[in-house]
Design a binder for this molecule. Structure first.
Ligand code: F6P
Length: 392
């Protein structure tokens, strides 16, 4: 773990703060939801109950000697934080630890019959199969007749606002952009991103995915478009190696999403076929690196991942958690330059994120003041605002 100096690291120890509410309220709610989602047996239910007590009142208990990833978690700080209250370790670490422990409780890592069963799959599938997703896919038919650059921009906004599970590519009668969403952008470097994704490109785009379902679908649509129109030669989609933060995308979720597209008919099915072809011929590859579920900032990434990102024309990181890990989960002044916070990143990097936690960089002072004047600090966590930031 790096000892990088900087703004203070975020902890969840102060009641009344957003991080505290995640540990004290959201995690117990997630445990209840998991209990209800699948018919787990008595042993799994006891383990979920024990985790509830441990994460709210107890301390960090190290993984047992036989755990397959014990050594990895030791390098990620487990021994340092063992014995401390979950509220007293870095918030990012405590959240990651929660999902690792939850999967243990339901037998995800096995051995046994429940090995590999995603506890969040019922909710992911419900979202993917919802009428709202139908509507959003049907909107692609309206997009089909637009010029390429308009489609590209609409799909980029779909991917961005998909992070709020709210697909921005749904066209209004007036134009290709979502009229309510666009003014909510607190930083917009999209032209710099388009400069990296030129009209004809042979380069590789790394897209570090966030949520499955109604975020992953527009991410995939964007990749399909960029590949089909030769803006990039290859895409590498980074997904999680195991279920994480409830809805984060895994390989199984990508396959479900592609299947959903091909079965949808209309323009959506065309995107689905393009994705299947790209996966089959190697223009689109999936990567599920262990570090994607690490409780650490990207500054601490291992060399093989660094090499992947260094070789890309641009790496696009989706969502709030990736943003926290990209700039560091710290109380940065909002005007800290994005270029400075991401200076360590081994190549051009872009963040597409709706704001769902306190961390932000790269705002100008006037924007920050206007946001705060309009409603205190709620803009930081409410998912009502978004940003596109790029460092070339
Ligand atoms: O899906 P996203 O955009 O990464 O958001 C996940 C978010 O959930 C929270 O961790 C709260 O649990 C956010 O603060 C976090 O960053």
């Amino acid at each position: 773990m790096s000892e990088t100096p900087g703004a203070p690291v975020i902890h969840a120890d102060r009641p009344g703060t957003f991080p505290h509410s995640v540990l004290a309220e959201r995690h117990p709610a997630i445990l209840r939801q998991v209990r209800d989602a699948l018919p787990y047996g008595p042993g799994q239910r006891r383990a979920l109950d024990a985790l509830l007590t441990e994460c709210t009142e107890g301390t960090v208990e190290p993984l047992p000697a036989g755990a397959h990833d014990r050594e990895r978690w030791q390098t990620w700080g487990m021994d340092t934080y063992a014995g401390r209250s979950w509220f007293d370790v870095p918030w990012l670490w405590a959240e990651s630890w929660f999902y690792r422990r939850l999967l243990d409780a339901v037998g995800y890592f096995g051995p046994g019959a429940w090995q590999g069963v995603d506890p969040f799959r019922p909710s992911k599938l419900a979202e993917l199969g919802s009428p709202a997703t139908d509507e959003e896919l049907a909107a692609l038919d309206d997009l089909a007749g637009r010029p390429e650059h308009e489609r590209a921009r609409a799909l980029l906004h779909g991917s961005l606002w998909g992070n709020r599970a709210d697909l921005g590519f749904r066209l209004s009668a007036e134009g290709a952009e979502d009229k309510a969403a666009v003014p909510a952008l607190v930083a917009d470097d999209s032209e710099r991103l388009w400069a990296l994704l030129g009209a004809s490109g042979t380069g590789t785009l790394c897209l570090v995915a966030d949520n499955a379902g109604r975020e992953l679908v527009p991410d995939l649509l964007l990749l399909a478009h960029l590949l089909a129109h030769g803006r990039i030669g290859r895409a590498v989609l980074h997904v999680k190696p195991y279920p994480y933060y409830v809805s984060d995308a895994t390989t199984a979720d990508v396959l479900d999403a592609v299947h959903r597209l091909t079965g949808a008919g209309g323009a959506a099915a065309g995107y689905g076929r393009e994705l299947r072809a790209a996966l089959t011929d190697g223009r689109l590859t999936l990567r599920a690196h262990p570090f994607s579920c690490a409780p650490l900032p990207y500054q601490d990434m291992p060399d093989d991942l660094r090499a992947d990102f260094a070789a890309a024309a641009v790496t696009v990181l989706k969502g709030d958690l990736n943003y926290r890990r990209l700039v560091g989960d710290r109380h940065w002044p909002a005007t800290t330059p994005f270029d400075e916070a991401t200076g360590y990143f081994p190549g051009p990097v872009a963040a597409l994120r709706t704001l769902k936690s306190d961390v932000v960089t790269g705002l100008d002072a006037g924007t920050e003041a206007a946001l705060t004047a309009a409603g205190g600090q709620r803009w930081r966590t409410g998912g009502t605002h978004a940003l596109i930031q790029v460092r070339t």
